[in-house]
Ligand binder design. Structure first.
Ligand code: C5P
Length: 296
């Protein structure tokens, strides 16, 4: 048993996010392109002597037993006979309600860590099945990289990624409520004030993603709805355009927007410019390779 290791929990952006109709269970099917990026949380994982112990340490307002990592430990124990005690310290960097999948990635990284500590040696498909119980975005994070994601998020099709562009993330300093964003989109569609969007097939996504980002056909269905909700979204997108982004969009159901730049220098220039107006501005690169880094 290895002890005291650190697992990276990189966050994601949605290069593309189409929301399909509301299902009878109240959820919506998605068609999305997920991309892990070089920014995220870290989990420091240790074994404890006490059987079944689960210590979750994280700064912030979420009580440990409500933390998704705590739920991940419980789900893992239901799936495999693992009695070992664990302490997981979460180094939280990704803002809450940011659309970057911070909590989902923490949960996936916890499953990967437990798989290692327990010696259970489950394969990715088995880990993804446990992940699906925890939340819509969690199965993607078992492998990360670039993927075409469907259903509620449980159908993850890896696609070849690119590592030759640079990103700038801007978070406006407020959280977005996912349930509310879906409800606003449903209402806008019901009143026909926002039209439905056309699907992009996996093959079309595979070829389009290789194009220069200023020709990307990708979109996020939440963006037109949120543009009407808060002027911050219009300002973020306009600021990216003014800073020379080749492509800009919203990640998830907000509130973070991102811009794509062709060089590190362009991204850093944009970062310093955007930092004058926004409280959280980060540069990052896409992680083209799937898999989670275990940092000793
Ligand atoms: O995944 P999360 O718990 O953040 O979702 C919050 C709410 O967003 C859900 O209760 C549901 O109303 C809505 N949702 C949805 N379809 C999805 C994911 C979330 O309608 N695929």
């Amino acid at each position: 048993m290895r002890d005291g290791f650190v697992v990276a929990a990189p966050c994601k952006i949605n290069i593309h996010l189409r929301v399909l109709d509301r299902r009878s269970d109240g959820f919506h099917d998605l068609e999305s392109v997920f991309q892990t990026i070089s920014f995220g949380d870290e989990l420091r994982v240790e074994s404890l002597k006490e059987r079944f112990a689960c210590d979750i340490l994280m700064d912030g307002p979420v009580p440990p037993e409500r933390n998704i990592v705590f739920k991940a430990v419980a789900a893992f124990r239901r799936a495999v006979p693992f009695e070992g005690g664990v302490r997981i310290r979460i180094e939280k960097r990704v803002p809450f309600g940011a659309g970057l999948g911070g909590g989902s990635s923490d949960a996936a990284s916890a499953l990967i860590a437990l798989n290692r500590i327990s010696g259970a040696d489950l394969d990715d498909a088995a880990l993804q099945a446990i992940a699906a119980e925890l939340g819509s975005d969690v199965p993607f994070f078992i492998r990360g990289g670039t993927a075409y994601v469907e259903g509620r998020g449980e159908r993850v099709l890896p696609i070849p990624g690119r590592a030759d562009y640079h990103l700038v993330l801007v978070n406006p300093g407020f959280a977005s409520d996912t349930g509310r964003a879906f409800a606003l989109l449903d209402a806008a569609r019901a009143s026909a004030s926002i039209p439905g969007s056309a699907g992009l097939s996996p093959d079309f996504v595979r070829s389009s993603i290789l194009e220069n980002a200023d020709r990307w056909p990708f979109f996020n269905d939440f963006l037109p709805v949120l543009l009407r909700e808060s002027p911050a979204y219009r300002r973020m997108i306009d600021d990216f355009t003014a800073a020379g982004a080749l492509f800009s969009s919203l990640s998830g159901s907000g509130a973070t927007c991102f811009g794509v730049f062709s060089s590190r220098k362009d991204a850093e220039t944009a970062q310093s410019r955007l930092s004058a107006s926004w409280p959280f501005v980060k540069t990052a690169v896409p992680l083209a390779r799937a898999g989670k880094a275990v940092l000793e």
